[in-house]
Design a protein around this ligand. Structure first.
Ligand code: LCS
Length: 394
C-alpha cells in the first residue's frame, strides 16, 4: 500500500488494504479457516519463530483480517492496526497492554458507559487507580496528572454529550508527564479525524459504528503510532484473544469503501437537523459540534474535517417529552448503537449509559432528559418531517 498513501480520502477508502491475490479477485477473498497447513515441520517451526512469512492460526493472523487492518491503518495514517472482536475488546486490550498494577489512568468524564465501568470496576480490582475529569479543559487534566499516570484516555467527540477534547494539547501534556494518549475515534471515523497526526499514541474504534456503517457487525480496532506500541498491543490481544473473525473483517472492509461518501452525508444531514432542532420552540438545547453554540466549536473546526453524524438534545418538557418523541418517530428507529446508514434515536440515561450510575452520569453532563440521535444517510427533509411530527405529539 506504500504507493497509495498519497491518495485522497474516497480513493483511499476504495483501495486501502486491497492487495494482489491468487486468481486475481478484485475483492479480498474470505479465508474462513481457523488454521493454516504447514509445508513441513521445519516450516511450521520457522513460522512460530517468526523466521518465515506466512500464516499459522487465525487468532494470530489471517489474510482477510490483515487486509482490513491495513485499510484502517492506512486511513488513520498509523503504523499498523489490529482487528478486535468488539470496541470493548479494543479498549480492554489497549488498557491491559499499556498499564500495570499501581498505575493511574485519566479518563474523560463523558465516555461510552461500559468504558467507565471497565476502568472503575474491572481495572480497579487490579489496583489500577483512575480519575474521571472534564478533559475539555486542559487545566483539569493538568491537575489530575501524577507520576503514576501512564495513560490519558479520551473520547472525542464524547458519547453522548459530544464534548470535544483538544487532542494536540492533551497529547503534549501527556507526553511531558511520561504518559500515553489513547483516543477513541468512534464518533468521527478516520474520514473526519486522525488523532495520530495530532500526537495520539493509540487510536481505537468500535467498528460496529461508522467504519462498518451498516449495523450488521460487532467489531473493534486498535491502531498504533509506531512499531513498539503495535507489538505491545499485538502481544496482549493475541493472549487475551478478543480478535475479529474473517467474515466480520470482510464486511467491515466492504463498508470502508463507502466511508468517505457516507460521512459526507451524515455530516450534511446532521448539520441540517441540528439547526432545525435548535430553532424548534420545544427544544431546550442542542449539542452538535457544527453549531456555533457548541462550547468547543472552534476546537472541532481546528482538529476535525467535519462535524459528524451525532447529535444530542433535550426538550423543554424534559424526559417525558423526550419519551414522547422517541415513541412517536416513524422513520427514525428507537435503538442503541450508532454510525449506520439508518437514523437511530435512544435515551442514554436509561440505555447506553445506565451502567455508569446517576452520580457519574450527572458529573459527565448526561442529564436524564438527554436524547441522542445517530443521523443516517436518508434524505434530511424526510428525517426533519419525522422529527417534526414526533415533536408535535408533545
Ligand atoms: N466506544 C464508543 C465511543 C462507543 O460508542 C461504543 C459502543 C464502544 C466504544 C464499544 O463498542 P462495541 O464493543 O459495542 O463495539 N457504543 C454503543 C452505543 O452508544 N450504543 O450501543 C453501543
Amino acid at each position: 500500500m506504500e504507493g497509495k498513501k498519497e491518495l485522497k480520502l474516497n480513493s483511499k477508502c476504495v483501495h486501502a488494504g486491497i492487495d494482489e491475490y491468487e486468481f486475481g479477485p478484485v475483492v479480498p477473498p474470505i479465508y474462513q479457516t481457523s488454521t493454516f497447513k504447514f509445508a513441513s515441520t521445519e516450516q511450521g517451526a520457522a513460522l512460530f519463530k517468526g523466521e518465515a512469512k506466512g500464516y499459522i492460526y487465525t487468532r494470530l493472523s489471517n489474510p482477510t483480517i490483515e487486509a482490513m487492518e491495513n485499510a484502517v491503518a492506512d486511513l488513520e495514517e498509523g503504523y499498523k492496526a489490529l482487528g478486535c472482536s468488539s470496541g470493548m475488546s479494543a479498549i480492554t486490550t489497549a488498557l491491559m497492554a499499556l498499564i500495570n498494577a499501581g498505575d493511574h489512568v485519566i479518563c474523560s468524564k463523558a465516555v461510552y458507559g461500559p468504558t467507565t465501568n471497565l476502568i472503575k470496576d474491572i481495572l480497579g480490582r487490579f489496583n489500577i487507580d483512575h480519575t474521571f475529569v472534564d478533559t475539555t479543559k486542559i487545566e483539569n487534566v493538568k491537575a489530575a496528572i501524577t507520576d503514576k499516570t501512564k495513560v490519558v484516555y479520551i473520547e472525542t467527540p464524547a458519547n453522548p454529550t459530544l464534548d470535544i477534547t483538544d487532542i494536540e494539547e492533551t497529547a503534549n501534556l501527556a507526553h511531558e508527564n511520561g504518559a500515553l494518549l489513547v483516543v477513541d475515534n468512534t464518533f468521527l471515523s478516520p474520514a473526519l479525524q486522525q488523532p495520530l497526526k495530532l500526537g495520539a499514541d493509540v487510536v481505537l474504534h468500535s467498528m460496529t459504528k461508522f467504519l462498518n456503517g451498516h449495523a450488521d457487525v460487532v467489531a473493534g480496532v486498535l491502531v498504533a503510532k509506531n512499531e513498539e506500541l503495535y507489538l505491545k498491543l499485538k502481544g496482549t490481544l493475541k493472549q487475551l484473544g478478543g480478535v475479529i473473525d474473517p467474515f466480520n473483517a470482510f464486511l467491515v472492509h466492504r463498508g470502508i469503501k463507502t466511508l468517505g461518501l457516507r460521512m459526507e452525508k451524515h455530516c450534511a444531514n446532521a448539520q441540517k437537523i441540528a439547526e432545525f432542532l435548535e430553532r424548534h420552540p420545544k427544544v431546550a438545547w442542542v449539542s452538535y459540534p457544527g453549531l456555533e453554540s457548541h462550547p468547543q466549536h472552534e476546537v472541532a473546526k481546528k482538529q476535525q474535517y467535519g462535524y459528524g453524524g451525532m447529535i444530542s438534545f433535550e426538550l423543554k418538557g424534559g424526559l417525558e417529552a423526550g419519551k414522547t418523541v422517541m415513541d412517536s418517530v416513524k422513520l427514525c428507529t428507537l435503538a442503541v448503537s450508532l454510525g449506520g446508514v439508518e437514523t437511530l434515536i435512544q435515551h442514554p440515561a436509561s440505555m447506553t449509559h445506565l451502567s455508569m450510575g446517576k452520580e457519574l452520569r450527572e458529573a459527565a453532563g448526561i442529564t436524564d432528559g438527554l436524547v441522542r440521535l445517530s443521523v443516517g444517510i436518508e434524505d434530511a427533509d424526510d428525517l426533519i418531517a419525522d422529527l417534526s411530527q414526533a415533536l408535535e405529539k408533545i
